[in-house]
Design a protein around this ligand. Sequence first.
Ligand SMILES: [Zn+2]
Length: 112
Amino acid sequence: MERALERVRAGEDDPPCRTCGGILKSATISFGQNLVPDDLERAQRAAEHCDLLLAVGSSLTVFPAAGLVPIARAVGARVVIVNEEPTPYDDIADGVVQGRIGDVLPAIVGIA
Ligand SMILES: [Zn+2]
């Protein structure tokens, strides 16, 4: 990953794989790909023990990720949802920020 980032810093907008020419991507999961079981388990444990769950940039309609909101609510955590569109959990959230996360997140974390 660090080598790919160096190529971006050097001016390549979207560096392809040097072996096969394919798309390089970090440890993100695209729609239709399975989540990494260890990551999911870690996220569920975190939701069970968090004080605040910040759901960012998710429609919260696809499980198992969407299930993290009710898990956090069940243990009394506050829930804040940041998404461009309404989600099924907006009614049970303590806060909803509707907007493009590229605009909203920098303001939330104080770098805008
Ligand atoms: Zn490749």
